[in-house]
Design a protein around this ligand. Structure first.
Ligand code: ADP
Ligand code: 5GP
Length: 187
């Protein structure tokens, strides 16, 4: 059976960049594809970045108890991890890597205990976070401000995680993440 590696952080911290780096290493990692009711962005495809559902479809799956965890970030905007998806990947012997928000991350860790490693990616500062979100160029100024507003709350969760990695210099953060995960998978 595989293990679970959970990444959480404020948006713009560099989570996806670090996860994509780890997926290219020889760690037998599979990305956990979440479900969401937000519309696809850019080149996103159903079943690759997310399973894209309507809010009604999402509610039906909640009623059926299909989620390991889920959140309604605001009215009709849901994100959640499907039990079936995770169990399938684990039973195939893959290690599953998650990109979820801080609350979801803590819930998955609580459920799987020692089988899971929870990692918090910390940005050097909120100012740097704003710079990175602007530089990424995928969000409108309003969305960026709402992500920044949420960041302070998310940063207060850092000490609930097994490991905190500060992503100041990307290469250093990637090396640290790789070493931490190799050690966890060896245990
Ligand atoms: P997240 O998945 O946490 O929202 P991303 O991985 O999309 O964050 O990173 C946000 C932006 O910051 C991207 O444009 C990425 O290339 C850039 N970035 C990531 N890490 C660093 C770093 N250490 N220094 C500068 N820019 C970075
Ligand atoms: P985005 O809309 O930028 O893809 O993601 C917004 C936020 O939703 C990110 O912080 C991401 O980590 C979080 N997220 C993605 N999937 C899940 C999930 O399955 N559960 C939870 N709780 N959060 C998720």
């Amino acid at each position: 059976m595989g293990k679970l590696i959970i990444f959480s952080a404020p948006s713009g911290s560099g989570k996806s960049t670090i996860i994509n780096y780890l997926l290219k290493q020889n760690l037998n990692l599979a990305f956990s594809i979440s479900a969401t009711s937000r519309p696809p962005r850019g080149t996103e495809k159903n079943g690759v970045e997310y399973f894209f559902l309507t809010p009604e479809e999402f509610r039906q799956k909640i009623a059926n108890g299909e989620f390991l965890e889920y959140e309604e970030v605001y009215t009709d905007r849901f994100y959640g991890t499907l039990k079936s998806q995770v169990e399938k990947q684990l039973s195939e012997g893959q290690n599953v890597i998650f990109d979820v928000d801080v609350v979801g991350g803590c819930n998955i860790k609580k459920f799987y205990g020692e089988r899971a490693l929870s990692v918090f990616i910390q940005p050097p500062s909120v100012e740097e976070l704003r710079k990175r979100l602007n530089g990424r160029g995928t969000d409108s100024p309003e969305v960026i401000e709402s992500r920044i507003a949420k960041a302070e709350f998310e940063l207060s969760y850092a000490d609930k995680f097994d490991v905190v990695i500060v992503n100041d210099q990307l290469e250093k953060a990637q090396a640290e993440a790789l070493e931490t995960i190799c050690n966890f998978l060896k245990k």
